[in-house]
Design a protein around this ligand. Structure first.
Ligand code: NIG
Ligand code: FE
Length: 418
């Protein structure tokens, strides 16, 4: 690992993709402006960017990182993941290949609830061990920050356990983690048919403890008429808001508009999924300045063709974000390059728009826009050298992870071993 206090110069970057620009999320045509410096270089002092340009002064005693004519980007910021869980659902994946649907599997007690059962049984140490394994996958894809949700515990103790694992993962100082409390992800087995009692538990017992122990920055709810309908989602999110948490929402994944309208009403930071949102919901999000977080890998992996209307969102001035939705059911991928490919092929976002959505816009959606998401003087030196000649190759060559080395705060935290 390079020493974060030392000066570091990154040289010989064929394209230094800075995403420098206004200090706010990018909209409309701005999404296509990556502010690329050809043959660029960057000086890093004490973990932050000190200078960047086509020529920089390199003081004596500076460690040199030679990008070797490759491209350099800010680390991806993955603004929607469920990275802490036990076991896999490879068995259900096989069942889906044989014709069962995600909804059928969930209705008979599988799906999220099967992961909950296993996660409740797992020790904190075991969960941290698997989370570290997944952290390597995120880094291998060039991601340096993730938002990580709880939501596979669904009891006070198990939710706190997951959030402590997220905190411990971030404390490794490899992958930055922004924690979100998702107690309202599903109704656990012991509360079937008693949704309101479970909502009470989330509001009266879980939320206050999560806030008291500073275990989350955001609260999320899976808002769908058959799970947490808008009145129940509103109750949870309003309670979270009054306790000082920011709001994110699983909105309109399967049914139209009520999630987006609630996100707009509550002034959420993000409304995520939006595969079923119509113009009415999108207009409300645009008016309220809520950022849409699009998750094409979950659409792909569920075998659906209903991708969110990214082009329409961009035309309406929404500050679009892309994320993996990494989880054991609908989206078992930690790969942001895969998400870029899906966004270009299926949502007709250009590679430049996708990169903006996966870096600077994602950083703003997590309240980190002044620190990370672009390569500009003063910002934290989270950057990645990718084995590409041109940034478009990140989306174009799919099914590979082009990251060669990954730096967080100026320290090398991952190197691809060929
Ligand atoms: O974002 N929709 C709810 N939550 C996840 C799925 C979680 C799972 O299947 O385990 C999602 O797609
Ligand atoms: Fe999700």
């Amino acid at each position: 690992m390079t020493c974060p206090t030392k000066m570091l110069a990154v040289v010989n970057c064929r394209q230094l993709v800075t995403l420098a620009g206004p200090a706010r999320p990018r909209t409309g045509a701005e999404l296509r402006d990556l502010a690329i410096i050809p043959n660029g270089a960057m000086l890093i002092r004490e973990g932050r960017i000190a200078a960047i340009g086509s020529r920089i002064e390199i003081p004596p005693d500076t460690e040199i990182v030679d990008a070797d004519g490759r491209i350099v980007l800010p680390g991806f910021v993955d603004a929607h993941t469920h990275a802490v869980f036990a076991g896999t659902r490879a068995d259900e994946y096989e069942e889906r290949a044989l014709g069962a649907t995600y909804a059928e599997i969930a209705a008979r007690g599988g799906g999220i609830r099967s992961t909950v059962r296993r996660t409740r049984e797992a020790s904190e140490a075991d969960l941290l061990c698997s989370a570290r394994r997944y952290a390597d996958w995120f880094l291998a894809g060039g991601t340096t920050t993730i938002e990580a949700k709880s939501g596979y515990g669904l009891s006070l103790d198990a939710e706190l356990k997951i959030l402590r694992v997220i905190r411990a993962l971030g404390a490794d100082r490899r992958l930055r983690c922004v924690p979100t409390f998702l107690g309202a992800h599903e109704i656990p087995d012991e509360y079937r048919g008693r949704i309101d009692d479970y909502v009470e538990l989330v509001i009266r017992e879980m939320l206050p403890r999560v806030v008291e122990e500073h275990l989350a920055e955001y609260c999320d709810v899976f808002c769908e008429p058959h799970i947490f309908d808008p009145p129940r989602a509103r109750a949870v999110l309003s309670a979270a808001k009054s306790l000082g948490l920011g709001i994110r929402m699983h909105a309109d994944q399967f049914s139209a508009d009520s999630g987006a309208l609630l996100a707009a009403e509550l002034g959420a930071a993000t409304a995520d999924h939006l595969e079923s949102t119509t113009l009415v919901g999108l207009a409300a999000l645009a008016k309220a300045g809520v950022q849409p977080v699009l998750l094409p890998a979950s659409v792909y992996n569920l075998g659906s063709t209903r991708y969110p209307a990214a082009r329409q969102m961009i035309e309406m001035g929404l500050a679009v974000v892309l994320a993996t939705d990494f989880n054991p059911g609908s989206s078992p991928t930690a790969s942001m390059p895969m998400v870029l490919s899906l966004a270009s092929t299926h949502m007709k976002m250009t590679p430049a728009e996708s990169i903006t959505a996966a870096t600077v816009n994602a950083a703003w959606s997590l309240g980190r826009g002044r620190e990370i998401g672009s390569l500009e003087p003063g910002k934290v030196a989270d950057f990645v050298i990718h084995d590409c000649d041109d940034y478009r190759e990140l989306a174009y060559f799919f099914g590979r992870e082009p990251a060669v080395s990954v730096f967080a705060g100026g320290a090398c935290v991952y190197r691809h071993s060929a």
